[in-house]
Structure formats: C-alpha cells, structure tokens
Design a binder for this molecule. Structure first.
Ligand SMILES: Nc1ncnc2c1ncn2[C@@H]1O[C@H](COP(=O)(O)OP(=O)(O)OP(=O)(O)O)[C@@H](O)[C@H]1O
Length: 231
C-alpha cells in the first residue's frame, strides 16, 4: 500500500477550457472515507475529479493529494489514485479479459504463472468468471465497466476515483458494485447521478456551475441538489 495521509485538498482552484470557465474557486479538504460528488451535467465534476490524479492540472490554485502537490508529483499521484472512467473502453487495453487484469498485475506480481492465477481470482471476485478468455471488446457495457474497475483495484491504489461507475450496470451489478465500494478500505470519491448509491456515504459535495454549493451528509446534500434541480 502506498504511504498516505488520506487527504485530498483543493485550495482556490480555478479552471477554464478556452473561454469556458469550469471551476470558479473550489476549496475542499476531503479526508472522509467515502465521498460523493453530484451536480448537473457540465457543472465541473469530471474536471474536478481528474485533478485528483493529475489528468487535468488546475490553472489557478493548488490540489494536494496525500500531501503531494499534483503539479509536481504527477507520477506518484497517479500511482496513489486509481481512476475509473465512465467509458470503460478508455481503459481496457488488452485483447482478452484475463490479459487485461494480468497487465495491471504486472506492476505488482513479477511471476507470470502467479499473475494468471491471481487474474482468475480477481475476475471471479468481480463477477466475470467464465469470461477470462473472451475478447474484451465482446463484453457488454456493464461487464466492461466491471473489468475496468477490477483492473484498477488490483494494484492497490490508496484512493479510488470513479466517474459515474454505475451508468451501464444492471440492478444486480449495480448492487454488487455498491457492496464492493462498501467493503473498500481505500478512500473513495464517486461522481454519480445515481443518488441512492450515496445514501451511506460519509459526505456529499454538490457542484453547480463550477462552485461548491452544498457540502454535507448525504441526506441534506441530496435534498439540496433535488431542490436546486427542481427550480
Ligand atoms: N477537455 C475539454 N475541453 C473543452 N471543454 C471541456 C473539456 N472537458 C470538459 N469541458 C467542458 O467543461 C464543462 C464541465 O465539464 P465536466 O465534464 O467537468 O462536467 P460534469 O459535471 O462532469 O458533467 P457530466 O455530469 O455531464 O459528466 C462542460 O461544459 C464541458 O463541455
């Protein structure tokens, strides 16, 4: 496990793409175990999340993860933060399902046979047993999402950031993912429009047009968001 002080800190973060201002001065100190980020389409959630693993660097202000400024420590931060994209095709690389997991495992297990054995175990844990030798592109959208999640989790990041992880999952797999998340020891940041998923989270942050407009326990934060969207 990487060293961690379990913190994600945004200080005065501003960001624009061209003349489109996306984050307007975000300051957050995130130390809770499971944190949800919600907000309307285009409110800046993905941009904010991508800053946690240095995929996007803030134009103004600082982002510090486990005590490291993301601008100066991109490689270390990317090792500490596993990122799950909403589109799993972006992170599935290898031709077969098992090979994709084995590729991730190559960062932590040097023995090939041990990697193969471990990959099968991991696939079973994520409900993908029986698919090991299948071409990855033949998986359903939800199965691809599970594969992408498994490939990130096996290397043991200290923080997991998931951008809309349940969009393609059926009810059973969505519940499985919730249980997986509930059991995680890693710090978890989830961006989602699937509000019930956040019911037992420790904290929910609401973004609106690049600003944090609510930051609370799930029930009041979600109620605020519902009233904001209902206006
Ligand atoms: N790489 C980019 N280049 C240009 N504009 C971008 C880029 N990434 C995001 N944007 C714009 O920034 C704004 C915020 O996008 P972002 O993806 O952060 O929102 P979001 O809250 O995650 O939305 P959603 O719920 O729809 O995923 C949008 O208007 C989007 O078009």
């Amino acid at each position: 496990m990487p060293d961690t002080d379990g913190s994600i800190v945004f200080e005065g973060v501003e960001h624009a793409f061209g003349d489109r201002v996306v984050l307007r001065g975000v300051s957050l100190d995130i130390r809770e175990h499971r944190v949800g980020i919600i907000g309307a389409n285009g409110s800046g959630k993905s941009t904010l999340a991508r800053m946690i693993n240095a995929l996007v660097l803030p134009q103004r202000g600082t982002v510090t993860v486990n005590g490291l400024d993301v601008r100066k420590n991109k490689r270390k931060v990317r090792r500490d933060v596993g990122f799950i994209f909403s589109d799993p095709d972006r992170q599935i690389i290898m031709p077969t399902v098992a090979e994709d997991i084995e590729l991730s495992l190559s960062r932590i297990i040097s023995d090939k046979a041990a990697r193969k054995t471990r990959a099968r175990e991991v696939l079973a844990d994520f409900g993908l047993d029986g698919h090991a030798d299948q071409p990855s592109h033949q998986l359903s959208g939800g199965q691809k999402q599970l594969l992408a999640l498994a490939a990130v989790m096996v290397v043991g990041p200290s923080i997991l950031v998931a951008d809309e992880p349940t969009t393609m999952l059926d009810l059973r797999n969505s519940l499985m993912l919730r249980h997986t998340f509930a059991d995680l020891s890693e710090q978890l940041v989830v961006l989602t429009h699937d509000l019930p998923m956040l019911d037992d989270f420790d904290r929910v942050i609401v973004l609106d047009d690049g600003l944090v407009v609510a930051d609370d326990e799930p029930a009041p934060a979600i109620a605020f968001y519902r009233s904001l969207m209902g206006r």
